[in-house]
Structure formats: structure tokens, C-alpha cells
Design a protein around this ligand. Structure first.
Ligand SMILES: [Fe+2]
Length: 255
């Protein structure tokens, strides 16, 4: 069953060729990212979470299901944050994003100091993981967050809104840079799509990766089940919900 599909890369590989090779993209996207989604689909068969959004699944799942859901979500999000072909030539990449620029300055001082802290934090992350730029929804400040493996603890489970992420698993850079994570992160910082970061900051709520990964047929099924089907013979909303979701009514509601 295909609950989720692998989205195509959202950029032309030539846009990042000075940083990531076609071979890296082929393995990272076509093998690693694809494999996580394939395992996720297999684990969802017969699981109560199967028709939930990917964001909901990774907030409720544990163990291998969490790992595969998070890795599927993280990679889809990662690809969307990179691919700026003229990144190295841009003198002022935050020009045109005044709110984001203000937040970066408030939280990190300057864009250059943000990049320095980002690179340093990435180099200090031991083992495999992800480095996130997030908005703390409680304080309104931007923060950097390091997470281990698939994302533990994941920003979506901590009231943190992801704005950007960098994959620092070795499979993201080993073909091109061998063990030099520093060179890979330097390229990442020059390839950031700041319009994507600004869009995530401006949008209300969690970035939606589900709509990019659900086959159309599944999305239609989801749309059907969220609207209770009220029949003339049903005299209460509880009856309608019961028949729609095929759930037994709690004892308190039984006549
Ligand atoms: Fe990866």
C-alpha cells in the first residue's frame, strides 16, 4: 500500500552541482529518502495511524515507525530549503525578507554570526542527526536545535516550528566530501533558499509535507472521513460520527 510517495526534488540538480554531485543526489534522494518512505508504507499497513497526516504520525509514533516517519518528513523538508543557484553571488540574501532579517538579527546578531553558529553547531553534533533553524513559538525567537538520528526530540514535538534543516548524516556528504562535514555545511549555507525559510516563518502552523507526499487517492479518502455522513435516519451528530468512523459509542452515550 502506498500511503506516502517520494516527492521529486524541488530543484534542478545543476543548481547545486557546485556543492552536491549528481551521484550524491541520486543516492541520497533516490535510495536513502526513498527507502525511508518504503519502510514507512510497510509499517503503516494495518496501523491505526495509517490515514493520519505525516505530521500527526510522527507526533504519535514510537520506535521504527517514528524513525521512518521522521526521516521521511525531514528529508522532504530538507530538499525544499536548498537549491539557490545564485547563492554565492548574493551580497544580501535577506533583502526582501524584512521580518526574517529582523528575527535573525534579534536572535543571532547578524546573518554572518548566524552562519558561524550554524556551522559550529553542525560540526559539534556527534554522530548522525539534523540541525534545525526553528522558531520558538512561546518566545518568538529563532533558535538552532540539534537532534540525534531521525530527530530526537523532534521539533514538531516541542512547540518549535521548523524553518530550515540540514541533514548531517554521513550519507548526505560522504561521496563528495568524505569525512569533511565542514565543507558540506559551508556549501549548505551558500545554497539556502531564504524565501522558503521566510515562508515557513510567515505561515501559520507546522510546515505541511503531507500534501507533497500523499497520493491523490489517499487524500480523497481523508477528505471523505473528516465529514460525517448524516443520513435521514440518524437523529444525532453522535450517530453520524459513529457510522462515519465505524467506532462504538462510549458507554456514556448509549441509550
Ligand atoms: Fe539523509
Amino acid at each position: 500500500m502506498t500511503y506516502f510517495k517520494l516527492p521529486a526534488l524541488p530543484f534542478d540538480p545543476s543548481q547545486v552541482s557546485s556543492w552536491l554531485s549528481a551521484e550524491t543526489l541520486s543516492f541520497h534522494h533516490g535510495r536513502h529518502h526513498a527507502a525511508y518512505i518504503e519502510k514507512l508504507n510497510a509499517l503503516l499497513v494495518g496501523n491505526d495511524l495509517a490515514n493520519r497526516s505525516l505530521e500527526q504520525i510522527l507526533q504519535h509514533a514510537h520506535g521504527p515507525l517514528f524513525d521512518c516517519a521522521a526521516q521521511s518528513w525531514n528529508h522532504t523538508f530538507y530538499w525544499r530549503g536548498i537549491g539557490l543557484s545564485d547563492g554565492p553571488a548574493q551580497k544580501d540574501p535577506l533583502k526582501g525578507f524584512p521580518n526574517l532579517q529582523r528575527k535573525i538579527n534579534e536572535s543571532f546578531g547578524t546573518l554572518e554570526s548566524f552562519k558561524w553558529v550554524f556551522a559550529t553547531t553542525a560540526s559539534e553534533l556527534f554522530g548522525s542527526g539534523w540541525l534545525w533553524l526553528v522558531e520558538n513559538v512561546r518566545t518568538g525567537k529563532l533558535e538552532l536545535l540539534s537532534t540525534k538520528n531521525a530527530g530526537e526530540p523532534h521539533p514538531l514535538n516541542q512547540s518549535l516550528k521548523p524553518l530550515l534543516t540540514c541533514d548531517v548524516w554521513e550519507h548526505a556528504y560522504y561521496i563528495d566530501y568524505r569525512n569533511s562535514r565542514t565543507k558540506y555545511v559551508d556549501g549548505f549555507l551558500r545554497s539556502i533558499k531564504w524565501d522558503f525559510v521566510d515562508q515557513n516563518l510567515s505561515n501559520y502552523g507546522t510546515p505541511d509535507m503531507t500534501s507533497l507526499m500523499r497520493p491523490q487517492v489517499i487524500r480523497e479518502e481523508r477528505r471523505q472521513i473528516v465529514i460525517p455522513r448524516i443520513q435521514p435516519s440518524q437523529n444525532s451528530i453522535l450517530d453520524a460520527i459513529k457510522s462515519t468512523f465505524e467506532l462504538p459509542l462510549p458507554n456514556a452515550f448509549r441509550k
